[in-house]
Write a protein that binds this ligand. Sequence first.
Ligand SMILES: NC(=O)c1ccc[n+]([C@@H]2O[C@H](COP(=O)([O-])OP(=O)(O)OC[C@H]3O[C@@H](n4cnc5c(N)ncnc54)[C@H](OP(=O)(O)O)[C@@H]3O)[C@@H](O)[C@H]2O)c1
Length: 242
Amino acid sequence: MPDTLRGKTIIVAGGSGGLGAATVELLLAEGAEVVVSYRSNLARAQAFEGRATLIQADLARPGDRARLLDQTPSLYGLAVFAGEAARVTDAGNLDDALLRSHLVNFAGPALLAREAAARLRLASTPGAIVLLSTMQAIAVFPGSTAYAGAKTALVQAARILAKECRGKAGIRVNVVCPGVNDAGMAQASIAAGKYARFLSEDLIPRYGKAADVARAVRFFLEPDNYITGQVLTVDGGLTLSV
Ligand SMILES: NC(=O)c1ccc[n+]([C@@H]2O[C@H](COP(=O)([O-])OP(=O)(O)OC[C@H]3O[C@@H](n4cnc5c(N)ncnc54)[C@H](OP(=O)(O)O)[C@@H]3O)[C@@H](O)[C@H]2O)c1
């Protein structure tokens, strides 16, 4: 087990979710000081009671983002898993889904990343920020305007922040784009057979696991990895075929 994250303070926003929780476990196993933020589901967050600091914060609310950072002194890293599937149940509510997705999947995570970078700069701390987008921001998925539109904007916001932060400050900003994982928000769709053809047509070897994503996020959190402004797609090759 590497020792490079031991004692480093890392916020995992949305760390109570299906994908975020695996990253929290990995970071705890490496001895990091983890702050798990969640929006409303305290029961899920309580899985980390006593092992991580739990902070309720709705990233769409500026005051909550500020409180999350205020309550996290000595920040080194930030991984933002917070997001929603932004499903459109009927064509009539696309505008609602799109505006909500803008707030939850783009504005909240992008603003938290920028605010965390400002604090790192103020503290002269070289740090690492990782944002979670989706392979739907890379490949084109019909029906995904609300979700993928906001997640695509998040990729560009991350690259802009990376460019603004590059140089001696040593603050790195990268993006992980998961594919279809048998965890978190995709689990119900998998169970309903929505993605079964990806397996039957041999487009992917298996559904993704939360641990696949955790390893990619961990990679970007490595203090001395010399990588910034990059997007890593973790989808078993799905992007190559759709
Ligand atoms: N699962 C997949 O296959 C997959 C694929 C591609 C991309 N992703 C992306 O990976 C990330 C994690 O997804 P997941 O599958 O783990 O989803 P999940 O199980 O639904 O977890 C989502 C997490 O985000 C939090 N959250 C949601 N809205 C928030 C807000 N406004 N402010 C603060 N926290 C908020 C939730 O907190 P509460 O539970 O307290 O509400 C929860 O901790 C998302 O950004 C998602 O778009 C997932």
